[in-house]
Write a protein that binds this ligand. Structure first.
Ligand code: PGA
Length: 259
């Protein structure tokens, strides 16, 4: 039985005082019901330390993630941050290959794979993002495209490494647009992702991997998305920037896990 994972992706939002206020509000809402769900906040690099201090002080099980890292442990890479840096600052997760990084920052299947391998070696959970453009979907090539992204991202890993992997299926046309994939559309791709993992590794390992949906997940659609057998949570952008709406999504997941 997979535990739901609800991951907030704050993207490039929240100064340090704003980040402290938002994480503090979430800690105030936190209750034992949330233990039925894994909750992660993927925050801007500059906010990591301050948010960690809040989460640590309040002794919640809310975990912390970065939104990107460099694959090298240190060196002459101006402007980058390393896995040892995010780990030391309190991160147990890191998003890799978000479509915005692929589109605006030249992230490729190859760099995604290097980062995923480096995270796994360093025992940090990787939230690997995949997803097709509207053009690919309109040409009915979405399954082929997304499963190829999954294979490329995880090339060179062993079945044992999958315990450190989360896949987030985020159709690009649904991100920040208010246009969500229907539960059936999302389930079709998430099921294909799991079948790909079973084929590339083995069925047992594939069964344990959490496959998230992302793209305008909100209070109105969370329940129907999470009712799908291969959707194990959400990677949530806009709706994670407000404590009350993110809380409602977490509670919906806690409720869904009882069914
Ligand atoms: P959204 O973003 O929920 O605002 O669509 C999701 C994401 O890009 O991770």
């Amino acid at each position: 039985m997979r535990k739901y994972l609800m991951a907030g992706n704050w993207k490039m939002n929240k100064t340090i005082p704003e980040a402290v206020a938002l994480s503090q509000q979430l800690c105030n809402y936190y209750n034992r019901d949330w233990d039925k769900v894994d909750v992660v906040l993927c925050v801007p690099a500059i906010d990591i330390k301050a948010v960690h201090t809040v989460l640590d002080f309040d002794k919640t099980d809310i975990e912390l993630g970065a939104q990107n890292v460099h694959q090298e442990p240190s060196g002459a890479y101006t402007g980058e941050i390393s896995i040892p840096m995010i780990k030391e600052a309190g991160c147990t997760y890191c998003i890799v290959g978000h479509s915005e990084r692929r589109e605006y920052f030249a992230e490729t299947d190859e760099t995604v794979n290097l980062k995923v391998k480096a995270l796994v070696i360093n025992d940090v959970n990787a939230i690997v993002c995949v997803g097709e453009s509207l053009n690919i979907r309109d040409n009915d090539r979405h399954l082929e495209f997304v499963t190829a992204q999954v294979r490329a991202a995880l090339a060179g890993l062993d079945a044992d490494d999958l315990s450190k992997i989360v896949i987030a299926y985020e159709p690009i046309w649904a991100i920040g647009t208010g246009r969500t994939a229907t539960p059936e559309q999302a389930e079709e791709v998430c099921a294909a992702i799991r079948a790909t993992l079973a084929d590339a590794f083995n069925a047992d390992a594939a069964c344990g991997v959490r496959v998230l949906y992302g793209g305008s997940m909100n209070v109105g659609n969370v329940e129907s998305l999470l009712s799908m057998p291969n959707i194990d949570g959400g990677l949530i952008g806009g709706a994670s920037l407000d404590a009350n709406s993110f809380k409602q999504l977490i509670e919906a997941a806690a409720h869904a896990s009882e069914e």
